[in-house]
Design a protein around this ligand. Structure first.
Ligand code: ZN
Length: 304
């Protein structure tokens, strides 16, 4: 009875669940977003393939955000492209808050049948992953080519090739694109402090075992809004001696736009440039690219 109650209370959506498999020197995170994703997508009228892409990027931002050591840190994922349908994709994570947007060529997208490949979306693209630690003001950026089948694959390459951390990354997006989930699983045999690991091996038998178990996860399970994250974790690793639950972080749509910020941006333009932005009512309307919120700025207020 007690366990049933616990499962009922367990998070199914808009949450990130951290876990560790101490005897296998592995740790990971499961993430699922539903209402928060819906809210982020509702700010824009994205066609299905673009909504799916952004859903995947937001799940990855939440998974990567978990690797930040301090709670006030920020993780930013930005894809830059050359001659792709997508011109810019940004997703970021800060203290459980997610935001993101995609700029793309709708005419070229319309010419594509079904879900376009990563290559037709990004061309010769790159994914920049930036970790900003709030406490130490440290900034670290890694860049990986957008190759392979998905954004998740590119992120896995980032960890395995650039960071030399044996990792598994999977993302699933529900058919309608309104629920998405993912898993990040890593082997950290020499402790959790990144630079102190000396003998990371990609073919370590301990990691091989965990990677195979983690790899049995299905996209449909990751994106099932009725399946508690704890239950999913149990399905994957119930044969392990010890599965330790770490913190559960609630996830939400967050935007850090504000009137002060927008005024600051507009104030940097010359009076002549600003004069061209003003509408008939003497107002400059600026909308936030992330959340589509509109900030009307009176021309007179800036000149004062
Ligand atoms: Zn905003």
């Amino acid at each position: 009875m007690a366990s049933e109650q616990r499962i009922e209370a367990a998070a199914c959506v808009d949450a990130a669940l951290g876990f560790a498999l101490p005897r296998r020197h592995a740790r990971g995170r499961l993430v699922r977003i539903g209402p928060a994703l819906e809210e982020i997508l509702s700010a824009h009228d994205y066609p299905a393939p673009i909504a799916r892409l952004l859903a995947e990027a937001l799940v990855l931002a939440a998974l990567l955000g978990a690797t930040l050591k301090d709670a006030g840190g920020q993780l930013t994922m930005q894809a830059q492209t050359e001659a792709g349908i997508v011109d810019l994709l940004v997703a970021d994570y800060k203290g459980g808050e997610l935001r993101g947007y995609v700029r793309f060529d709708s005419d070229r997208l319309a010419e594509q049948p079904g879900q376009p490949s990563l290559f037709s979306l990004f061309g010769k693209g790159y994914l920049a992953i930036t970790f900003d630690q709030a406490l130490t003001k440290e900034r670290y950026q890694g860049i990986v080519p957008l190759e392979g089948g998905s954004l998740a694959e590119a992120v896995e390459h980032f960890f395995v090739q650039s960071e030399q951390i044996p990792s598994l990354v999977r993302v699933g997006v529900e058919d309608g694109g309104r629920v998405a989930g993912g898993i990040l699983l890593q082997h950290l045999p020499e402790g959790e402090e990144g630079r102190e690991r000396l003998h990371t091996r990609l073919d370590h038998p301990e990691w091989e075992h965990i990677r195979i178990l983690g790899g049995t996860i299905r996209a449909g399970e990751l994106a099932d809004s009725g399946l508690p994250l704890e239950t999913l974790l149990w399905r994957l690793f119930h044969e392990e001696d010890e599965v330790r639950l770490l913190s559960t972080v609630p996830l939400a749509k967050g935007c850090r736009c504000s009137m002060d910020y927008v005024r600051g941006v507009i104030a940097r333009f010359s009076p002549e440039e600003r004069a061209e932005m003003v509408d008939e009512e003497g107002t400059i309307s600026v909308d936030c690219e992330f959340c589509s919120r509109v900030f009307p700025i009176r021309q007179g207020d800036l000149d004062a």
